[in-house]
Ligand binder design. Structure first.
Ligand SMILES: [Fe+2]
Length: 546
């Protein structure tokens, strides 16, 4: 018998087969028959069922061909133990006395073939080949499943990693977007702030706006912008805002010793300073502690190039939370754009002070030309200030009033000395010359844009409330309120002072005359304010600068 005649298909499996039969001749016959079918098979025989049991549970066999009926250890029991030790082992039964029960049990245990004795040898070869082929296929499938399972596990792990990475990336993206949005918003806001600050030349107005901006960005009880005067080594102008109230920013002063106190320290070091307890801090000067009392301070320098022009000082009460890094960041962002505007306004302020000082010298020299005018502008200012306060002038109007009061008669510089310095009434021609001085004074200030409305006030200081004044015959509210205040103060000092063409009149007579002219020459509300001033105040001013 040849393998070709038995139509044996060689397996790709180098099978190791154990043939167990308590009859050695049968085991040998089976072994020889199978070896003819495929020489590559490694076929071993065992006639002792107990030894066979030890071998199938301890050695790696691919196929067990066993007699079912044997002494000591039956084929079914042997197969069950072999299967328990190696679930992949193929089982083929050979028996000459099989029963239905044993056949069913064999099938249950996983026997794939059942060969009756006496053997059909070719049938035996085919059965083993079929079984081993199926085993190979099953093993391949099993391997394939294992590979697929590994691939699936790997893909699941990769998917998990990708999901985690995506989640992290998504989170980062969201955070990045938010940060970018905040930065864009911050840039836009900062650019807007820088642009709007540069348009403000009034130093006090600028500092007030800066203080309000800081107070709007960071919760605090007060926000203060303090300038640092490097030449003096001391804190200069300060403007304080009250974010939680309707109160406008106010000018304030702090007289700390030179180069001492927390503001100077922050400015000179260009470092932000936190004070969590004003009462205990050694960094705070006595004057600063008096100014802010108790609580917490955040002092942020306002940098410019290698120096600092001042500091933003935020104050919180003791029970409020400490200032945080985000607070510092917000204030610093604003401080960085404040410095150029502050320096520009300081230059403007300094120039205006210098020009004002020069013009004031001209005004004083002018008063010296006309001895009866001596001290006139200083007294007019002294009367005008309480009047302006009484009628509710704004901060900028008060500033204009202060300058206009001192310079209102500066137009006299073009009036010939002889036109006024003589006794007796003025001629019509002399009056014509005198009446030119408001317009001349206004023209004098016209090129000086930083004096703003001061020129208009000076031009209008001889207008009458009823429109009969000069030079423009304006009436009522056409006349700037500052000018209406100045007119009353000017008239009161004129009446109570000696003039070449008449003597001074008393305080009460002057008040009476002015009261009679309320609504005609003078604004009634300003007249009412004048009448309401204490007599001692009026007398004290009247006796000054003579
Ligand atoms: Fe005048």
């Amino acid at each position: 018998m040849s393998p070709s005649s038995a139509e044996v298909v060689r397996t790709e499996f180098e099978a190791r087969i154990l043939v167990v039969d308590d009859e050695p001749d049968v085991a040998l016959l089976v072994s020889e028959t199978l070896r003819e079918a495929d020489p590559s098979w490694q076929i071993e025989t065992e006639s002792d069922p107990e030894r066979a049991l030890a071998r199938v549970t301890g050695e790696p066999f691919d196929c067990l061909i066993t007699d079912l009926v044997m002494p000591q250890v039956g084929g079914l029991s042997l197969a069950e133990k072999a299967k328990a030790a190696n679930e992949d082992i193929a089982l083929i039964a050979i028996s000459g006395r099989g029963t239905l029960e044993s056949t069913i049990e064999a099938l249950r245990l996983g026997f794939t073939d059942y060969i009756e004795k006496p053997f059909d040898l070719e049938g035996l070869q085919r059965a083993v080949c079929r079984t081993l082929r199926r085993q190979v296929r099953d093993q391949r499938l099993k391997n394939r499943f294992a590979e697929l399972a590994q691939t699936k596990a790997r893909m699941e792990a990769e998917q998990t990693q990708i999901s985690q990475k995506l989640e992290i990336a998504s989170h980062d993206l969201v955070r990045s977007n938010r940060r970018m949005a905040r930065q864009m918003e911050g840039l836009a806001t900062t650019a807007d702030v820088a642009r709007s600050l540069m348009g403000i030349l009034e130093l006090e107005d600028l500092l007030g706006l800066c203080a309000e901006l800081v107070g709007d960005r960071v919760s605090c009880q007060t926000s203060t912008i303090a300038l640092y005067e490097a030449d003096d080594g001391a804190v200069g102008l300060m403007v304080r805002a009250h974010p939680d109230s309707e109160e406008s920013p106010t000018l304030c002063w702090l007289r700390t010793p030179i180069r001492s106190g927390v503001i100077c320290r922050a400015v000179q070091s260009r470092k932000t300073i936190h004070i969590n307890d004003l009462a205990d801090s050694v960094l705070v000067d006595f004057q600063e502690r008096e100014f802010w009392q108790t609580g917490k301070l955040l002092v942020v320098p306002i940098p410019f190039q290698k120096n600092a022009v001042g500091a933003a000082v935020l104050h919180r009460p003791p029970e409020a939370p400490d200032f945080q890094a985000t607070d510092v960041k917000r204030v610093t962002a604003l401080a960085n754009v404040m410095a150029p505007a502050i320096l520009s306004a300081k230059v403007h302020h300094r120039q205006r002070c210098q020009v004002y000082a020069s013009l004031e010298m001209v005004a004083v020299a002018n008063e010296e030309r006309f001895p009866y005018l001596r001290g006139h502008s200083a007294r007019v200012l002294a009367y005008a200030q309480p009047l302006g306060q009484a009628v509710g002038l704004s901060q900028s109007e008060t500033g204009a009033l202060q300058i206009a009061a001192r310079l209102h008669d500066i137009g006299y510089v073009v009036i010939p000395h002889t036109a006024i310095n003589h006794s007796g009434p003025l001629s019509d021609d002399q009056w014509e010359v005198v009446r030119r001085h408001p317009a001349v004074g206004a023209d004098f200030l016209k090129p000086l844009e930083f004096f703003g409305e001061v020129g208009d006030v000076i031009r209008a200081h001889h207008e009458s409330y009823d429109g009969t004044g000069y030079p423009d015959q304006k009436a009522g509210e056409e006349i700037p309120l500052v000018a209406r205040v100045l007119t009353v103060a000017d008239a009161f000092d004129g009446m109570t002072s000696h003039r070449p063409f008449r003597g001074a009149i008393s305080r009460d007579d002057a008040l009476e005359q002015i009261r009679k002219l309320a609504g005609q020459q003078f604004d009634p509300q300003v007249v009412e304010a004048l009448v309401g001033l204490p007599a001692e105040t009026l007398d004290e001013i009247a006796d000054s600068w003579r």
